[in-house]
Write a protein that binds this ligand. Structure first.
Ligand code: BG6
Length: 468
């Protein structure tokens, strides 16, 4: 019997443009929604300003300057034996205001370099088309509330699919699409949390994704297009049937995005909820057919933590940091940022999602955000990170070997330290590679290999067998 990870398992790491590239106005790039977000802290939200204010610090502006270190950074990934690098393309590098007819050639040349460098190192690029960065210029249309933005996105997607035909095979349309229900600004430049607005915006993103899937298959039948779910997974607080129902309700809030993208239609529970709330989706002729035809080839998701939900829970939570599930899981430890660490929950989530969708799965984010110190010997001994990742990889392996889950790959989050999305901090580090820059953007930007670098390199060399 064949045991272990499949030979073609896509091991690697994942980043996002606004959290890593910096160079926020270089070579004709326009502003994106990420570029007007200041830095916050654990418990202190990031501020969104209308324009750039000189006395404020905006972490995306220089981030870790991946833009100018991209060859060096990918070479370090290759040294760790990466088979896959998931990164995002910043829409506003190609279409600075979002609505231009012709893309910015200089922006494309940068991504040519990223992709060609990956291919030189035999690293499979996995490209996210939209990862928490919408061109700020689209706000004048109301961003994703407006159907026009679907067409602007399709122009952008077509540009990518044609330019990188034969070079990029794996694509994700929207990062953590269900974040539209928790942090609509990040998900798509939506300022209101009113559900009639967020549900219209979500509909337009789901439609744009479905049309992109069809386009991608037309342009190259070898393309594999995935959806990406912010892996909210919840346990009931007790065997009380009311706690169980609350958990079902919570999961419905999150999972309807997966239902649409994997099954091709809005589920009954969502339609009933919208009807009760008097919300009408902006559906035009042919849209439902597009949703049906544009189902994804695989389901990818981020997995960091699990929630506990019960009957007292408020379902109107705002964002990961502010999840008001109201309960602490007494069986789990928490990270310094309060995220419940739950490796066994990873196996549970894989089973849960596979049972529901029967599609190939991929873990495209997982990792421990922690404070790293440079020790007296000049090294970073991040054994806590190794422990976290090892425990998760063990559970992933069980899901493959015992449960028969078709798992395509695993890209850990932030293989090199990058800016935190939720807090904008630099000190919340996930990387195997330390970057010498602090929360105020000061530092040499030097890259330093942590202990986890050498560990992950061994793991990948052994195709997940050597976890010591
Ligand atoms: C996911 C996002 O929500 O979690 C990433 O897709 C993000 O962009 C990651 O960075 C980790 O969250 P944080 O807030 O610790 O950076």
């Amino acid at each position: 019997m064949k045991q272990g990870f499949p030979e073609d398992f896509l091991w690697g790491g994942a980043t996002a443009a606004n959290q890593s590239e910096g160079a926020y106005l270089k070579d004709g790039k326009g502003l994106s929604t990420a570029d007007v977000m200041t830095a916050g802290k654990h418990g202190i939200p990031r501020e969104i300003t209308k324009e750039i204010e000189n006395d404020k610090y905006y972490p995306s502006h220089q981030a870790i300057d991946h833009y100018h270190h991209v060859k060096e950074d990918i070479a370090l990934f290759a040294e760790m034996n990466f088979k896959c690098y998931r990164f995002s393309i910043n829409w506003s590098r190609l279409f600075p205001n979002g609505d231009e007819e012709v893309p910015n050639e200089k922006g494309l040349q940068y991504y040519d370099e990223v992709i060609d460098t990956c291919l030189q190192h035999k690293i499979e690029p996995l490209v996210t088309m939209s990862h928490f960065e919408t061109p700020l210029g689209l706000l004048k249309y109301g961003s994703w509330q407006n159907r026009k933005v679907v067409d602007f996105f399709l122009r952008y997607a077509e540009t990518l699919l044609k330019r990188y035909k034969g070079k990029v095979k794996y694509w994700i349309t929207f990062n953590e699409i269900n974040v539209m229900s928790t942090k609509p600004w990040m998900a798509g430049g939506i300022e209101s949390t009113d559900e009639s607005v967020t549900m219209a915006a979500a509909f337009h993103q789901l439609l744009a994704s479905a049309k992109t899937v069809q386009l991608a298959h037309d342009i190259d039948p070898d393309n594999k297009i995935g959806m990406m779910y912010a892996g909210h997974i919840a346990y009931p607080n007790s065997p009380d049937p009311e706690d169980m129902q609350a958990t079902v309700d919570f999961m419905h809030k999150m999972l309807f995005y997966c239902d649409v993208q994997c099954r091709g239609y809005y589920p009954a529970y969502k339609l009933k909820e919208l009807e009760r709330k008097g919300i009408e989706l902006p559906i035009h002729d042919g849209d439902l057919e597009d949703l049906r035809k544009g189902t994804v080839d695989f389901l990818s998701y981020s997995y960091y933590l699990t929630h506990v939900v019960g009957k007292e829970t408020s379902l109107d939570f705002q964002g990961l940091n502010g999840v008001k599930t109201g309960y602490t899981n007494p069986y789990l430890e928490k990270s310094d940022w309060g995220w419940a660490i739950d490796p066994k929950g990873l196996r549970y989530s894989l089973n849960y999602l596979y049972d529901r969708y029967q599609l190939p799965l991929m873990i495209v984010e997982n990792g421990l955000g922690a404070v790293d110190e440079i020790a007296e010997d000049g090294e970073i001994h991040d054994l806590y990170r190794i422990g976290y990742l090892r425990d998760h990889i063990i559970e992933m392996k069980k899901a493959i070997e015992i449960d028969g889950i078709p798992l395509m790959g695993y890209t850990s989050w932030g293989p090199i330290d990058i800016i935190s999305a939720s807090t904008g901090e630099m000190k919340k580090r996930y990387g195997f590679i330390y970057v010498d820059v602090d929360d105020h953007g000061n530092g040499s930007f030097r890259r330093i290999k942590k202990d986890s670098f050498y560990w992950y390199k061994k793991v990948l060399k052994s195709n997940g067998e050597n976890l010591e």
